[in-house]
Each structure stands twice: as structure tokens, then as C-alpha cells.
Design a protein around this ligand. Structure first.
Ligand code: FES
Length: 163
């Protein structure tokens, strides 16, 4: 990924900080923000590295630690709880063989909990890489994960992550 190229898509204004950080994180194959990328952002916006860290540390969706190629966020707010997200979570973790907030051994997935995702009408719900999934059942989990694995397998191996 070309960090400078991604950053340059946005005018050099502090109002764009969050959008730049999200774009950089999304473009990284392990969905995180290494310090060298944050330094590029600080220089570009003519601000301090600690100001950039302040924003990164404030938002739970931003990470300075390597995660996985695909980020699964399970809603743990009341409506999804009532609709059974607990058993979906248990099944998903068993299916992937992963604990919360840890990458799968192959680095493909990372599972974390989230506050309300804003799609309560389709509870229990989750997002994968910002894509919403609702009315989740155990069968859906198997299907969704297998579709993502298949899509990754058929993707061109030399396809750039940021273009
Ligand atoms: S409570 Fe789960 S999406 Fe709102």
C-alpha cells in the first residue's frame, strides 16, 4: 500500500484526520495503523504525532495493533443480546477457533465486540469490514465465512490492497 498516495486523496486539513485514518487502516492487510503511517499523517496535516495518537486511541474502531484481514464486529447492545447474539458469538468463535480480540492463526479474521451498529431492526447483527449482516443464525455464519474465504482464494494474489 502507498501511504502517501492514500493520504494525498484528502485535502491537508485537520477535519479530514478521521477519514484519512480510516482509509489507511482499511488499506492495510492487517487492518491497523502502524506508527510509521501515523507519522506520515502528522506531517501531512502539520500536527503532532501525539495529537494523531489522541484521536486513534479515542476511537475503538481504530487500532495500533495488527488485527486480521477481515474485521468481524458483533453487536453486544441490548436488542442484539435479546435476539441471541451471545450464541452466535459462541458459535462463530468455535467455528473460527479464535478468542475475542485475537487474529485467527491464518491471520484471516479478527472478532471483536461492538456497541449498537445501528441495524437493530435486523438483530442479531454484525459487520464484516463495514458490511452489515443481520438475522444471524449458525448456518449463516458458516455460509458467510466460507464465502469470504472463497472470495479471498479467487482474488488475484498481486492485487494492491489500496487500489
Ligand atoms: S442493538 Fe445490535 S445493532 Fe443495535
Amino acid at each position: 500500500m502507498d501511504v502517501n498516495k492514500i493520504v494525498a486523496r484528502y485535502p491537508a486539513e485537520m477535519d479530514n484526520l478521521l477519514n484519512i485514518l480510516h482509509a489507511l487502516q482499511d488499506a492495510h492487510p492487517l487492518n491497523f495503523l502502524p506508527e510509521e503511517n501515523l507519522k506520515v499523517v502528522a506531517r501531512y496535516l502539520n500536527t503532532t504525532l501525539s495529537s494523531v495518537y489522541g484521536v486513534v486511541n479515542y476511537y475503538t474502531m481504530l487500532s495500533t495493533k495488527p488485527r486480521g484481514r477481515h474485521i468481524i464486529r458483533l453487536c453486544h447492545s441490548p436488542v442484539c443480546h435479546l435476539m441471541g447474539i451471545g450464541s452466535v458469538q459462541e458459535y462463530l468463535q468455535k467455528h473460527l477457533g479464535v478468542a475475542l480480540n485475537e487474529p485467527t492463526p491464518d491471520g484471516m479474521f479478527w472478532v471483536e465486540l461492538s456497541e449498537c451498529l445501528g441495524i437493530c431492526d435486523v438483530a442479531p447483527a454484525m459487520t464484516i469490514d463495514h458490511e452489515p449482516y443481520g438475522y444471524l443464525t449458525e448456518d449463516d455464519i458458516v455460509k458467510i465465512i466460507s464465502e469470504i474465504r472463497e472470495k479471498d482464494r479467487s482474488a488475484k494474489p498481486d492485487q494492491p490492497a489500496d487500489e
